[in-house]
Structure formats: C-alpha cells, structure tokens
Design a protein around this ligand. Sequence first.
Ligand SMILES: Cc1cc2nc3c(=O)[nH]c(=O)nc-3n(C[C@H](O)[C@H](O)[C@H](O)COP(=O)(O)OP(=O)(O)OC[C@H]3O[C@@H](n4cnc5c(N)ncnc54)[C@H](O)[C@@H]3O)c2cc1C
Length: 402
Amino acid sequence: MKQYRVIIIGGGASGMFAATLLGKTLGGGVAVVERNDRVGKKLLATGNGQGNIGNRDFSLSHYRGEETLLSAVFSQAPQQKNLAHLQALGVLSSFDERGRIYPLSRQASSALELIRRAYLNSGVEEIVNAEVTAVKPSGKGFAVHTKAGDFFAEKVVFAAGGKAGNGFGTDGSAFALVRAIGHSVTPLSPSLVALKADTAYLKNLKGVRMEAALSYRCGKTQLVERGDVLFTDNGVSGDSAFRLSARIPQAFPLSCTIEFLPDIEKDALIALLTEKASAQTFTALELLVSVVHKQLAKNILRALKVAENAPATPAVAKKCAELIKNFPLTVTGTAGFGGAQVTKGGVPASEVTLNLESKLQKGLYLCGEALDVDGDCGGYNLQWAFASATVAAEEVLKSLGV
Ligand SMILES: Cc1cc2nc3c(=O)[nH]c(=O)nc-3n(C[C@H](O)[C@H](O)[C@H](O)COP(=O)(O)OP(=O)(O)OC[C@H]3O[C@@H](n4cnc5c(N)ncnc54)[C@H](O)[C@@H]3O)c2cc1C
C-alpha cells in the first residue's frame, strides 16, 4: 500500500488550494485523489468560464453557516491572504464594478493551470479516475480505498464538495465516507439555482433578460433580490433568481412577486401611465409599448383581462402600473442539484474544531462545500473554498509538526 503523509480527497477548488499549501511545505508525500479523469472540472465552469474567484465586498452576511466557525475561518484566512497566495502562484486578478474578482485573463482555466503548476512542481501527486470508496482509521493514520488502488495516509483532508453540479463529480455520494466515520450531514438542498414557477402569464418571455426585483415575504422579513432576471421555459433564472434561491424556505409552492421597472416608484409609474393615457387616444397595448417588453405588456393585459385594443383609460393605466410593480409569481420548486451552483447543508460546524479538524476523528480535516456553509452569488463560494482550505492545510502542517 503506497504511503503518503497527506491525502486530499477531491481535486476541486478547495482540495487543489490545500495542495498548493501542503506541497509548498512538505514537497512530496502529498496526493490529490480525484474521481474524475482530471482535477478542477467545476472550477473551469465557474463564473461562466471566467472564474469569479472572490468578491471585494466581504462580510459574513454573504454566508449562511455557523457564525463562530465562519468568523474563525475568515479571520485566520482573510481574503487578502488568499488573494496574495494566488498572486504568489502567478494568478493576477482584478475586480469589476460589482466587486467580483476574476483572473485578469477572465479565464477560469488560467487559475486552474497555475494552481496545478504550483502543486505539481512541489511534488504533489495527482491520482485521477480514483473515486474514494472508503476511509478507515488504521494505525497512525488512515487506509484510503479508491477505485484506483488503496493508499495509506497519516492525515486526510476531505475536500469532496457537496451535491450541487453533479455533472462535475459532486453528487453527494462522498458524504457516505464521513458518515461512516460518525459524522452527520444536515439536510441538503440546491442553492444558487434557477426557480421553477407557474409561468402561465410569462411563458412567451422565454429567453428574455431584464432588470427586475424578485421578492418573497418570509415571516416579518421581505426578501428582495434585484438584478438580472432571465425567463426560462419553466420559470426564472439569472442573478436575482439565484440569490433568492439561497434565502427562500424549501417548502413549495411559495408566493413570490416580480417588480418590473424597479427604478421607478409605483406612484411615479401610475402618474406616467395616467399622463400618457390622458394625452391622446392609445389602446391598452399601445399604452404599455415602450414601457415594458412588448410580450410582457401583452401578458399584463391578459392577466388583467383587458383587451389589447381596449381604450387606455386612467383606470387601466393605474391597474397596469400596479401589476408591473407587483406581478405575482408562484415558485413551485428549483432546477435541482444538477442546475445548482452550490449546496446548502453539509457536515455541521459543531462536528469540526475552529481549525477544521474533525472532532470525531483526529487526523481528518474538512474544507470547502462539504461543510455546512454556503455563500451568495458573486465569488463567495470560491472564497470559502480557498479560506477553509488554507485553515485546514495550516492545521495539518501544525499537527505534523512542520
Ligand atoms: C456552474 C457553476 C458555476 C459556479 N461559479 C462560481 C463562481 O463564479 N464563483 C464562486 O465563488 N463559486 C462558483 N461556483 C461554486 C463553486 O465552484 C463551489 O462552491 C466550489 O468549487 C466548491 O469547492 P470544493 O473544493 O468544496 O468542491 P468542488 O469544487 O465541487 O470539488 C470537489 C471535488 O471532489 C471530487 N470528488 C467527489 N467525490 C469524490 C470521491 N468519492 N473520491 C474522489 N473525488 C471525489 C469531485 O469530482 C470534485 O472534483 C459555481 C458552481 C457551479 C456548479
């Protein structure tokens, strides 16, 4: 059985980042074990291939997870530290007007190339097509059984991700490995995912993208997510749908609303439309043309049961304005794990130390999406992957006495 000092399970964002840090200090004796035929498949797809690796607007409010753990991890591995490490690997970055950090090249592949270069040059091995099937405490370490053979490691870093984006190798099956050691996994649900909705009055908008605000009233709190809304075959996608998906309860159907024209107050819109309706003889459809997308205008009239060629009276103008600002949307579900960017749920914070060592099994460390932490859209999940990988890797080195 080949022996390693550290085996990292999962060649994703967090596993590879940990490999760069472990490799730098340990050189050889470290292996990244990946079930796919190559590492970093998901990283390549991030940010639509551009690799949104972080966000300048950092605060814990962008994360859902146990606050003590989040704050411990980000204080040990703040964003600047992780960006500086990436820069030392050769990954130069910049940010856009929304604070989203990308490699200057705007290619996720460039980050992957330089991260791999760093750990391979330091002597870290990659073992691919090697799904880990069991991790068993054995002697002063672990027997790691994989489909490509069995290995021994003094320490194991569990970086096998969650259940989102199963096309990239993460189908949630890896949780069985830590469950077998005694860990629990909180309920899993897809997050940063398109929403399925009753689209009776929206279907013909498929493919149309517009600025709008999606809302859901959650008890006393009104959740509002404003941004891009992309209408799909069976619901809504885009930034604002993704962000809302992270915050709504997973109990469908949910009564949500879309606010079209979010820059114009309702009263101002009523005044605008009433003025247009009074100025000359428009039909109801002509009243809305130039105000909203023409298909949406037709849908609004259909929903209000107003004929397109009916006269545009001030009363029609008011009803239209009210619906534009508060269009009901019954959300019936999400596009599921396959279409999701991140997993809500995972191994709970209560089962790891603030340095990410398992409280149930010494020598086992967990990082990335496998933990019960999920972030907002905009670079926050890779930021968590890198920060948690740093903390886990530093703790591994400490426990090895190097
Ligand atoms: C399409 C898409 C776009 C995204 N865009 C962004 C973005 O722009 N910015 C952002 O911050 N976040 C983005 N995310 C989220 C982000 O990519 C993840 O949160 C992050 O990659 C999680 O890192 P991780 O290392 O924990 O897990 P992953 O990157 O998912 O890596 C886990 C690895 O473990 C491997 N694995 C699983 N089980 C086993 C096993 N039994 N044996 C061996 N290997 C195993 C998997 O094949 C995988 O390679 C996106 C996600 C998706 C799906």
